[in-house]
Design a protein around this ligand. Structure first.
Ligand code: CA
Length: 233
């Protein structure tokens, strides 16, 4: 190894050639890649840099789509810390290790509030703004639109409050499989024609046009078809 390397006035390096062959080696601060998982759904993350040297700090900014909240950010072989940056914005950072890092994030529907809280957080719920007297989100079964208020507290975090709407409807999902489809109208038609039976819950789901009438009828079939045929927003 050449041990007499000198920085010259022009910024170059020079050394006195010894009598033997030599190897010159440059050791750079090799940057590693910061990659983002392509399969992130319901939101995205951006990063302050996609190349970083070991020991440098990389910042991550998550953006949730409407109706979703960030549940979790993680990266391969790194410990991601949540904090607040110099501008007071919530920021996620990690220290670059000596290898490439792939980041991923999970976003969940904000209807599922309890799962959105960071681990160790306490979540309280209420049915009026400012009143957080329930340990669990209230459950509704009667048709209607309800607002659930929530407050999340955790050590080291700003207390967060918010509200989410819960809509319970007699919605035309006659077969109760979670989606309103032509099959629901078909099943109701069969019921009306006497070739299928429906239980109480299914009958309630089928009574779309007037929840007080005793039995669903043809108007409900039409109402279900109207929903199925409606353009998706
Ligand atoms: Ca259905």
């Amino acid at each position: 190894m050449a041990s007499n390397i000198q920085l010259d006035a022009s910024g170059g390096y020079s050394f006195r050639m010894p009598s033997d062959d030599i190897t010159v080696e440059a050791v750079l601060d090799t940057p590693y890649s910061v990659l983002i998982d392509e399969n992130i759904e319901n939101g995205s993350i951006s990063i302050s840099t996609n190349k970083a040297a070991q020991g440098s700090v990389v910042k991550i900014v998550p953006t949730a789509n409407d109706g979703f909240v960030l549940e979790k950010i993680s990266g391969s072989g790194v410990d991601i810390k949540a904090g607040v940056d110099a501008l007071g914005e919530k920021a996620y950072t990690f220290t670059m290790p000596k290898h490439d890092v792939t980041l991923t994030a999970a976003f969940i529907s904000n209807a599922d509030i309890s799962a959105a809280a960071p681990s160790g957080a306490a979540v309280k719920y209420g049915t009026a703004a400012g009143v957080y007297d329930l340990d669990e989100s209230p459950k509704y079964t009667a048709a209607g639109t309800y607002t659930v208020y929530y407050r999340i507290t955790a050590d080291g975090y700003e207390t967060k409050t918010g509200a989410a709407q819960v809509i319970i409807s007699t919605n035309g999902d006659v077969d109760l499989n979670g989606v309103i489809e032509k099959a629901d109208a078909a099943l109701l038609l069969k019921y009306l024609g006497g070739t299928a039976t429906l239980n109480e819950k299914q009958l309630a789901a089928a009574r779309m046009t007037d929840s007080t009438k005793e039995k669903p009828d043809m108007l409900d079939v039409i109402a279900i078809i109207a929903i199925v045929e409606a353009p998706q927003s």
